[in-house]
Design a protein around this ligand. Sequence first.
Ligand SMILES: Nc1ncnc2c1ncn2[C@@H]1O[C@H](COP(=O)(O)OP(=O)(O)OP(=O)(O)O)[C@@H](O)[C@H]1O
Ligand SMILES: [Mg+2]
Length: 308
Amino acid sequence: MIRTENLTRDFGGGRGLHGLSMHIPKGKIFGYIGPNGAGKTTTIKLLCSLYRPTAGRAFINGIEVTPANAGKIKAIVGYMPDNFGVYDQMSVWEYLDFFCAAYHIPVRQRESRIRSVLELTRSQQMIDYQVASLSKGMTQRIGMAKTLLHDPEVLILDEPASGLDPFARIEMRKTILRLRDLGKTIMLSSHILPELAGICDLIGILEKGRMLAFGTVDEVSKKVKENLKLTLILDSDSAPAKAICENFPGVQQLTATANELHFLFTGVRNSLPDLLNNLIRKDVRIMEMKEEHADLEQVFLSVTHQNS
Ligand SMILES: Nc1ncnc2c1ncn2[C@@H]1O[C@H](COP(=O)(O)OP(=O)(O)OP(=O)(O)O)[C@@H](O)[C@H]1O
Ligand SMILES: [Mg+2]
């Protein structure tokens, strides 16, 4: 549904995005993660035809993002910028009605469209509020409602949860999941990782304009060096196993009890089976290996650290 080929954008001062090639299938939630200045907004503006690429191409549902196709792209993409203007003097109803007109939604359909986007964003009670009186969290909800007015297939949300309190973040995540259940394809950016954990089908980690890792959270986690806390439970004396582990690359902070080993593993995850093989060949009987799951924060720090 969203596809880029070598998408590149230079600015006077340097490169905003370097050779991005990725594919997000229909109905997936893609979390685009990167520190400040990584190129997230640049990518999003290229996808929404607000920037022209220096090189490469982007496609939404097979339609190339070009100035000639800007109208078609706008019809299928709902874009929520990181900072959007609201018209303080209007009520929420008037604000949404104004954008219905901008999207050329026929007058007789507007009321039902407005009611349906307010319901999707659980903002029905705000319908008569003055836009000027809305809190940050309410403004984000109304911004999301506005983005949904023309029922786009693809949603591109730039930092949708920025500035929200934990409760409002949870509400935003629920809204995003409801939209995926309706079959929408959703790309959302963030530099705050925990807010994406658990809701993304795919994640991409961007730094200095380059995609460092792309895939499911599990896939990305497996590819990178990690700080895994591991425990080995043995059905035998731990001394011989301790000697083997001590000499294995990436094993640190090793401690042993009678039949347990605890250590930090900072090597490549794919080398862990080699460690287990070494142990088994020396007749160490392994009952269990437990690991603390890497969360997105660890993955992010690990990936960006490897490349710094
Ligand atoms: N219009 C512009 N003119 C010049 N440089 C720009 C422009 N837009 C972005 N850049 C540069 O491109 C790089 C990527 O910026 P971008 O805004 O895409 O980052 P970001 O990942 O969205 O960061 P943030 O998390 O702070 O929103 C930065 O170095 C930025 O200074
Ligand atoms: Mg940005």
